[in-house]
Design a protein around this ligand. Structure first.
Ligand code: XMP
Length: 517
């Protein structure tokens, strides 16, 4: 296994992704974990991430010295390489020229990291690599024992190595896809240099996780809020596999779900998998409290609060439950850790980490906390969940509550559900669903004039939104074919009485957000 120490780069998580893709287990921790922690973790190799700092200003942002004394390979990336150089006796200087973006570097000499890896070669037969650089400072003097293994004109030490000790540094980011051969370099490091095998796989993981959950829970009972989203669904399936009857799921229908969503959840979990699911239809309660409220944040608060209320009431009916399970996944863990310590920059606050555990007095069980989203999906499929459920687009906690602009009314939700279902149907039929990251309809409470047959209509508007994104922090609007948009518009206007106009949202994020509220 590999230990990644995080110096706050926005792409640190990607390093962990790339390592796990190699079927090697790894964990990402803040750079200043204790030496004892590192020794107990007993990694086969350590990766030092990049970060926004300069080794000058951030004099205490250093890797614990133990990292270099463990006798295992170390790979420093960007800032990680600079602090490595500094700490081992080399020199780092701030550079006047800031390099950011694509760069071509020349591999030099022989190194285990780059041997046989190149994008092309130059006239003298040296391997050339296309890499993604982002740095101001640079290493100007190598620590003792190191040699240069990659360079270009503006960055003479673009990569360095002390192969004797297995220490490597790269000034570029192998973890981003812009570094074309980055994946191969990571594979080299974890397999060939650190000697890790390909032993992080799903079937083994399930067996391990099941054993762990049984050990943790014993014969106590567990309660889980099932939303129908990917994370809570997979958590439910995994827990059911581990503890069967000791699990009770509570599914709260807030009246703001997608078309037939409640039926689908009950069908999949209740009937197919045999999970005990309590279905609470709280539509009236939610609608009642949302009456007359049009401010988006206010609506969010109310929906969140009512959920806690309903869930709590259900939990009280299960006095034997000692555990509250949640579908927290690894990115949530890292995000909230970063938010707490203030270490990682530009962190968004996580929407789903609510106030449930404190108020319920239950022990917290988070069986997915070490998995990334695509691992969670893989796990879901391996546990027998339907593909469409596992690969469904994300759906916000407040549901249609933030897709009905202004005041939420049941009548609006009913119209929107049907329009949205048509849109999604057609996207799937045209093979566009998997090419978009999120797609949905938005209800606009404004009326416009239309004609239908011989009559004049005066009805509501629906906006279609479809975006493509990697991380949901920035997004492009999807360039859906006009014929597809035309078909969706026709169907909605013909089939959903009450909607007479459909528009398509062509705003990027930023400056717009993905949701309309
Ligand atoms: P925005 O609209 O901020 O959305 O560009 C980014 C991603 O977050 C989702 N989202 C939410 N999820 N509760 C949630 O659980 C919320 O209040 C919420 N608001 C936005 C949104 O669907 C998108 O995936």
């Amino acid at each position: 296994k590999i230990l990644i120490l995080d110096f706050g780069s926005q792409v640190s998580q990607l390093i962990a992704r790339r390592v796990r893709e190699q079927q090697v287990y790894c964990e990402l921790h803040p750079y200043d974990v204790s030496e004892q922690f590192i020794r107990d973790f007993a990694p086969h190799g350590v990766i030092l991430s990049g970060g926004p700092n300069s080794v000058y200003d951030a004099v205490d942002w250093r890797a614990p010295q133990a990292v270099f004394e463990l006798g295992v390979p170390v790979l420093g990336i960007c800032y990680g390489m600079q602090t490595m150089a500094e700490q081992l006796g080399g020199k780092v200087e701030s550079s006047s020229k800031r390099e950011f973006g694509y760069a071509e570097i020349r591999a030099r000499g022989h190194s285990k990291l780059f041997n046989g890896i190149q994008d092309r070669s130059n006239d003298e037969g040296h391997g050339l690599l296309d890499v993604w650089m982002s740095h101001g400072d640079k290493v100007t003097e190598l620590p003792a024992g190191f040699k240069v293994i990659g360079s270009n004109e503006s960055c003479p030490v673009a990569a360095m190595a002390d192969e004797e000790r297995g220490f490597y540094g790269v000034q570029f980011h192998p973890e981003v896809t812009h570094t074309i051969k980055g994946k191969e370099m990571i594979a080299r490091f974890v397999h060939d240099i650190c000697g890790c095998g390909h032993d992080w796989n799903m079937p083994d993981y399930i067996a391990e996780a099941v054993a762990r959950i049984r050990e943790q829970v014993g014969d106590e009972e567990v309660i889980l809020g099932l939303s129908g989203g990917v994370d809570s669904s997979v958590a439910a399936a995994l827990l059911h596999r581990a503890i069967g009857e000791q699990l009770t799921c509570v599914f709260v229908d807030n009246g703001l779900l997608r078309l037939n969503e409640a039926e689908q959840v009950m069908e999949t979990f209740g009937r197919s998998l045999g999970v005990r699911v309590v279905h609470v239809d709280a539509t009236e309660q939610f609608m009642g409290h949302l009456k007359g409220v049009s401010d988006p944040e206010q609506k969010r608060k109310i929906i969140g609060r009512e959920f806690v209320e309903v869930f709590q009431a259900e939990a009280q009916k299960l006095p034997k439950a000692k555990w509250l399970a949640q579908g927290t996944i690894y990115p949530d863990v890292i995000e909230s850790a970063g938010a707490k310590t203030g270490k990682a920059h530009a962190i968004k606050s996580h929407h789903n980490v609510g106030g449930l555990p404190e108020t319920l007095n239950l022990k917290l069980l988070e069986p997915l906390r070490e998995l990334f989203k695509d691992e969670v999906r893989e796990l879901g499929v391996a546990l027998g969940l339907p593909h469409d459920m596992v690969y469904r687009h994300p759906f916000p906690g407040p549901g249609l509550g933030v897709r009905i602009l202004g005041e939420v009314k049941k009548e609006f939700a009913d119209l929107l559900r049907r329009a949205d279902a048509i849109f999604i149907d057609e996207l799937r039929a045209a093979d566009w669903y998997d090419k978009t990251s999120q797609a949905f309809a938005v209800f606009l409470p404004v009326k416009s004039v239309g004609v239908m047959g011989d009559g004049r209509t005066y009805e509501y508007v629906v906006a279609l939104r479809a975006v493509q994104t990697q991380d949901f922090m920035t997004a492009h609007w999807a360039e859906l074919p006009h014929s597809l948009l035309g078909k969706v518009s026709n169907r909605i206007i013909n089939e959903v009485r009450g909607i007479n106009r459909v528009v398509y949202d062509i705003s990027g994020k930023p400056p717009a957000t993905i949701e309309w509220e």
